[in-house]
Design a protein around this ligand. Structure first.
Ligand code: SF4
Length: 212
């Protein structure tokens, strides 16, 4: 059984899979409390679902892409069973996690998006550094930038751990806190190796549910 907050069908707004019609499986509960969190309703709301019921719901959407998100999906051990089955069924699966819990046991067929928390998130230092060693070639590192301080901190983090040599780096402006243009200019001026990452779903709101 997995505690599920919601399952819905929308356009993927994040990562290099952005733009793809995707089924989102949002799990309940999170071990962090980021200042800008837009899914606070996932902290406690939800019901326990049998894996069979989740699979049937996913099947009804006839989608190739599945995104496991939260909350923090890795808080629930059975998520690995679900991910394995979805991969076996031929789905293209992505997992969004803060990286505060180990990714060691995540199915290697999954694209992992590690959302490294910056100082202004209020959850800095939550990232497990050992996860860098467990990352694969297709792992993406995302940083939500709230300020200049966050930008410089992210640049240092990437440099210190040589992330841009091995992985895709995504810088996303914290919605409503810093302008997209400001972030674009910083990336260019400071010769960052990061990709500007706009949350597509905040611009085209196709989901009839509360969001991604
Ligand atoms: S990790 Fe995600 S779900 Fe958890 S508090 Fe931070 S933004 Fe919200």
């Amino acid at each position: 059984m997995i505690k599920i907050n919601e399952i819905f069908y929308s356009i993927q707004g994040e990562s290099s899979y952005a733009g793809n019609p995707t089924v989102f499986i949002r799990t309940t509960a999170c071990n962090l409390r980021c200042t800008y969190c837009d899914t606070k309703y996932s902290y406690n709301e939800g019901e326990f679902w049998e894996i069979e019921k989740i699979l049937q719901t996913v099947k009804d959407y006839e989608a190739q892409y599945i995104c496991i998100t939260g909350g923090e999906p890795l808080l629930q051990k059975e998520i690995h069973t679900l991910i394995n089955i979805l991969c076996d069924l031929g789905h293209i699966v992505s997992l969004e996690t803060s990286g505060s819990l180990t990714i060691k046991n995540v199915d290697p067929r999954v694209k992992i998006i590690l959302d490294v928390k910056t100082p202004d998130s209020g959850a800095a230092d939550s990232f497990l550094l050992e996860n860098i060693g467990f990352s694969r070639e297709n792992t993406e590192y995302k940083f939500v930038i709230c300020s200049e301080k966050d930008f410089d901190w992210s640049e240092n983090f990437c440099r210190q751990h040589e992330l841009s040599k091995k992985f895709t780096i995504l810088y996303s402006p914290s919605h409503g806190q810093v302008p997209e243009r400001w972030l674009a200019e910083n990336i260019l001026q400071k010769k960052s190796k990061a990709r500007l990452h706009l949350q597509l779903h905040k611009y085209i709101w196709l989901s009839t549910t509360r969001g991604v």
